[in-house]
Design a protein around this ligand. Structure first.
Ligand SMILES: C[S@@+](CC[C@H](N)C(=O)[O-])C[C@H]1O[C@@H](n2cnc3c(N)ncnc32)[C@H](O)[C@@H]1O
Length: 174
């Protein structure tokens, strides 16, 4: 009986992720794919985040970037934004259990104001990054850093590009 419940739970979780992917794809949103841990570690090794800085992970999924960042910089504000309700819910429960202070918002990234952001981490899509350009210019303060895994920011020149496992990571300053 216990095994049956475990198998049922696994099937439900898989079905959920399949539906989540489908939902994001039909709405032209970035799919639910997690940044490789090695990539995140390399990005974090390149960053210095001052105390009290505010860091967003836009389209945070499992918010692994914020989680690993929190381990290195303990006195910063960490905010993940995710539109899929069940992913958001998993994150809320997980971070509660872990005693993390990461704040997770169940929102569309286009509906939040980024005026307090010091750092933004994105692993989204070309289409979304193209749409974000105007939002970044309109809302972000001068000096906000945007780190984008794989996808470039139109009309901006990165001040640094690194390659990890054949993936390029772009560092921009608004
Ligand atoms: C490629 S995944 C990246 C997840 C995580 N940031 C990482 O790097 O591991 C993109 C995530 O963004 C979310 N997403 C896509 N479009 C979004 C939107 N408009 N607003 C909020 N979240 C969005 C997806 O549900 C998915 O979890």
């Amino acid at each position: 009986m216990t095994w049956l419940i475990i198998i049922l739970l696994i099937v439900i979780i898989y079905a959920f992720f399949f539906l989540a992917q489908f939902y994001n794809i039909i709405l032209n949103r970035a799919p639910f794919i997690t940044t490789d841990r090695e990539i995140i570690k390399k990005i974090i090794s390149e960053l210095f985040v001052p105390e009290q800085a505010t860091v967003y992970e836009l389209g945070c999924g499992q918010a692994m970037f914020l989680r690993l960042l929190e381990k290195k910089f303990t006195k910063i504000n960490l905010i993940g934004v995710e539109n899929l309700f069940l992913v958001y819910l998993f994150d809320k429960i997980k971070f509660n259990i872990l005693g993390s202070k990461i704040e997770i918002l169940h929102k569309n990234i286009f509906d939040i104001n980024l005026k307090d952001a010091d750092f933004l981490y994105c692993y989204l899509s070309d289409e979304i990054m193209d749409k974000m350009v105007e939002k970044f210019k309109r809302e972000c303060k001068v000096g906000t850093k945007v780190i984008s895994c794989v996808f470039t920011l139109r009309n901006f020149t990165p001040y640094k590009v690194i390659t990890v496992n054949n993936d390029k990571i772009y560092f921009y300053e608004i």
